[in-house]
Design a protein around this ligand. Structure first.
Ligand SMILES: [Zn+2]
Length: 440
């Protein structure tokens, strides 16, 4: 009797061990696919542009390339008119329902630095010497202490005339290789999975035309982070604050009588009063926010001056204090100077920490540990797709490492090993979420 009872336990242990073993074998099998895939992606020009109405021709080409590749895997795939690529994989679990996993990455590269015409250089078995690129750009241990871990490993750089675009073509490589894995191993158990590949992340617009019908997971993970184990669990809330002062036309010489008013002075006063030097970004570190008057514009037709400010904070109370200071100063100046001063606030991105389910970090931690990765959680003084989705649609997600280093620089480089580890993390996330039971 005893023996009989023990059997199912032994069998279960054996089977779960076998599954883990098989999954490790599967992961290794796809490693060789990743580097060529990454190298092909970075050679497609896909810089975004702040001035574009929506997207650049390069991004359109990149999107089409990805869509053609992904569609061939056979999952329900939707290419939206705004060029988001969605994949909605139905669950293959027979007897129960699991929650929905969501994975995202962006296919544009930053407009801040030349990123078209990338000539990737693959360095295998890195020897530890400084890597000298064109135009005197050098990657070495001093500028990049993390590089010390790459001796004997494979890294990828540009030739120095452009950035590399590992931000976020590493993320794309991870997700597309995961899709390939799921397509070629249909017996691997998984719950429902939503995937979205977006344009325009580097111009802050990756969530703008997102269609929730095709991407609305219970647990969202954005593959757009840095090196081995890094996870962004919180980020700045970001508001754009525009203060506009109305001038009054007339001749200066008779201003004492004709009501003439130049709108420079109210804006200058507002900045002087509401933005003391200690509020500026160069006085802000760690958890502190900042308020930066970013630029001033004059509109001769409307006869207005406006100051465009960037407000960033982790603590909502701190954000509220800055905003109250601006509003109060604007109101007082309006009274004293007798001219109209308006304050307009636009939410740009939001702290993902307000919109993630409590289990989301545990799932990711388990997936990382299983891939032999130690999670290093951090608060990011910036925002990514997750933060833009949080601001627009109210659900957050964590940003996971991809192996990208020095984004937005000529010295950007990729760790092939970290990219592969991140793929294993994604694969393990599929498994972790599939083991849960859906609550709805
Ligand atoms: Zn990115």
């Amino acid at each position: 009797m005893k023996k009989l009872l023990a059997w199912p336990l032994v069998a279960a242990l054996f089977l779960s061990g076998a599954t883990a073993f098989a999954q490790g074998m599967i992961a290794d099998k796809y490693r060789a696919e990743m580097l060529p895939r990454f190298v092909s992606y970075v050679q497609i020009d896909s810089m975004s542009d702040n001035r574009a109405e929506w997207m650049t021709p390069g991004q359109e080409k990149m999107a089409q390339f990805l869509y053609d590749e992904i569609k061939a895997f056979g999952f329900p795939t939707y290419f939206s008119k705004d060029k988001y690529i969605y994949v909605n994989i139905p669950s293959n679990l027979k007897t129960r329902k699991a929650p929905k996993l969501g994975l995202s990455a962006h296919y544009d590269t930053t407009p801040d630095i030349i990123g078209n015409g990338v000539k990737p250089q693959v360095i295998k078995n890195y020897d530890g010497n400084p890597i000298v690129l064109k135009n005197n750009h050098v990657i070495n241990f001093k500028s990049d202490p993390y590089l010390k871990n790459m001796i004997g490993k494979t890294i990828v750089t540009s030739d120095g005339t452009t950035n590399l675009g590992a931000d976020d073509k590493a993320g794309l490589t991870i997700i597309v290789t995961l899709l390939q894995t799921l397509a070629e191993n249909p017996k691997m158990p998984h719950g429902p999975i939503d995937i979205v590949l977006t344009p325009n992340e580097d111009v802050g617009r990756s969530a703008e035309r997102l269609e929730l019908e095709y991407y609305h997971p219970d647990y969202a993970y954005d593959f757009d982070g840095g090196v081995n184990g890094e996870v962004v669990i919180a980020n700045f809330s970001a508001d754009r604050v525009v203060v506009t002062a109305q001038g009054v036309n007339g001749h200066q010489s008779y201003a004492a009588d004709n009501g003439y008013l130049n709108s420079v002075k109210p804006i200058a006063d507002l900045i002087a009063v509401a933005v003391p030097t200690k509020f500026l970004p160069n006085h802000s570190r760690g958890d502190q926010g900042y308020l930066e008057p970013h630029h001033i514009e004059y509109d001769p037709v409307k006869n207005t001056h406006m100051v465009d400010c960037r407000l960033r904070y982790f603590d909502p109370e701190e954000g509220k204090r800055y905003l109250q200071g601006i509003q109060h100063t604007a109101d007082s100046l309006q009274q004293v100077l007798g001219t109209k001063i308006t304050v307009e606030i636009t939410k740009q991105y939001e702290n993902v920490a307000y919109g993630v389910k409590p289990e989301a970090l545990g799932l990711l931690t388990a997936a990382m540990k299983e891939a032999g990765v130690t999670p290093k959680t951090q608060k990011e003084r910036a925002g990514t797709t997750s933060a833009m989705i949080m601001a627009k649609h109210g659900f957050g997600g964590y940003t996971v490492f991809t192996g990208q280093n020095n984004p937005h620089a000529f010295t950007e480089w990729l760790s092939e090993e970290d990219m592969f580890k991140a793929y294993k993390v994604a694969l393990n996330l599929v498994k972790q979420v599939a083991q849960m039971n859906a609550t709805k």
